[in-house]
Design a protein around this ligand. Sequence first.
Ligand SMILES: O=C(O)c1ccccc1NCC(=O)[C@H](O)[C@H](O)COP(=O)(O)O
Length: 266
Amino acid sequence: MSDVLDRIAAYKREDVAARKATLSQADVEARAAEAPLVRGFKAALLARQATGRPGLIAEIKKASPSKGLIRANFDPPALARAYERGGADCLSVLTDGPSFQGDDTFLVAARNAVRLPCLRKDFLVDPWQVAESRALGADCILIIMDMVDDALAADLLAEARRLGMDALVETHDEAEMARAVALGADFIGVNNRSLRTFEVDIATFARLAPLAPEGATLVAESGLFTPGDVATVVASGADALLVGESLMRQDDVEAATRALMSQASR
Ligand SMILES: O=C(O)c1ccccc1NCC(=O)[C@H](O)[C@H](O)COP(=O)(O)O
């Protein structure tokens, strides 16, 4: 019996095959070349850190496999602006439709509404999707080590670098962290959520952070609800945080963003 991540990988492969049938590599490259200039994603997080506060990647997330509908009043440009005013440094925008009720247009609209660099939060199973992400305006892609073998991870990373984008390499256990290190990743996420069981344990970050290479920029992902949670992962070495649900559930997203980061120092 396949779990959610296997099912997502399967429908992504079908979806990408269909997209490639209508948009060749040459076509998608041409669109990427016309996209708005890349905004430095990792650079924005490091610039924030230099001020003494960890960076914040704020996620625009309507629904998820683990939680179902998270936010009914869902307006990506308005949310992007609220996040920017509240002190986010970067955005993460879910574009996967079947599992997250996301859409490519959410990324385009959110990015156009703000000056923040944007991660296209989707499931990459083919290097063609990197150029597609750039064509949509994305500044950063996500490489989920649990979803790709080493060869595909290397191809995705190389493609992102060729296009001038950042690539956040996501890990969840020791073996994935070792593979990320061998890949030469210097921008590494530790997802506190198992994408297979949906179990969340923010101690995951503290367990894996010491295994990352010296000098890598580390992002603590998922399950961060309170300033205390933020302090916990920052004390374990998080340079930046990726937060979705806890902010998406608030009426006043701007105030919630500010409050979550109010006591954070690095
Ligand atoms: O969120 C899920 O249920 C999920 C399920 C399967 C694959 C990925 C999933 N989430 C992606 C993420 O990693 C989170 O959206 C992101 O880290 C923010 O997490 P949170 O703050 O807990 O919403």
